[in-house]
Design a protein around this ligand. Structure first.
Ligand SMILES: [Zn+2]
Length: 262
């Protein structure tokens, strides 16, 4: 008879195991969010979902099994109306995603879980997850919620990527192409588009950042890429993979060793 291993996946537990886990001090669920949306002619639709799923699985492998954190199944389909018109993009409405987060969150809180980390890899749904988290907190006040973006706050990105990518690389360009080459090279096609650069943006305004614009991909690109994917490499991808794993490992361990925020 095989001896049962301790899974990092919530859905591989039995109900008595969940009951015991939820009661533990600092019991935490991490729920990855991605998207099924066009990522240019060379990357798969699930690029964001694959990134967050792979990185969080690697991080959880490094965390000692007695630390009470488990991963919910990655939410593959997200909120991607900006990519409408490119075949393969499937978006849920913002209302539906808001509802999914609240319905699942309330049930986790009822089981007794203390924290929920929403770790998201799709830039187009950052504000949506922030809003849903705030609403969930108000109906489940005992659940601490952390809506995080996979690429935010990661040290070393500016040394690993070109300044061109930092400035213009919004979608399916150097960083994402390189990371996919490191994680699932068999899913990366040959094309390396460069689009959406050299826009005539008035001083102080931008696509993203402090004075942003609610852009649609079709405003900026025919291929679906926004930025320059030329120069992508597995070497850059491996560095990004390391930086992301190290960053999220550190953050999650720091949180699990702390009573923050209550
Ligand atoms: Zn992406």
């Amino acid at each position: 008879m095989a001896i049962k291993s301790i899974p990092t996946e919530f859905e591989y537990l039995s109900w008595p195991e969940v009951k015991k886990l939820a009661k533990k001090k600092r019991s935490t669920i991490i729920w990855p969010f991605g998207a099924v949306e066009q990522h240019g002619p060379h990357l798969p639709l699930a690029t964001d979902s694959i990134f967050v799923d792979e990185i969080i699985c690697e991080v959880l492998k490094l965390i000692p099994s007695d630390i009470p954190i488990k991963k919910l199944p990655t939410q593959y389909i997200g909120f991607s109306p900006e990519h409408k018109g490119f075949d393969g993009t499937i978006t849920l409405s913002s209302n539906l995603i808001n509802l999914i987060i609240k319905e699942v969150g309330v049930q986790l809180a009822e089981m007794g879980f203390k924290r929920l980390i929403l770790i998201n890899a799709h830039g187009g749904q950052i504000s949506l997850l922030n809003t849903a988290s705030r609403e969930l907190r108000s109906i489940a006040p005992n659940l601490s919620i952390f809506p995080c973006f996979l690429w935010s706050g990661v040290e070393g990105l500016s040394e690993t990527l070109t300044s061109n990518e930092i400035k213009h690389g919004l979608h399916a360009s150097l960083a994402e192409t390189s990371l996919m080459m490191a994680l699932k090279p068999e899913l990366v096609g040959e094309e390396r588009p460069c689009e959406g650069m050299g826009l005539k943006i008035p001083s102080g305004w931008s696509l993203e950042g402090s004075a942003p614009n609610a852009w649609l991909t079709s405003d900026l690109s025919k291929s679906g890429v926004i930025g320059d994917s030329r120069g992508s490499s597995k070497k850059i991808g491996n560095k990004l993979k390391r930086l992301l794993i190290d960053h999220w490992y550190k953050l999650i361990i720091n949180l699990m060793n702390s009573d923050w925020p209550n």
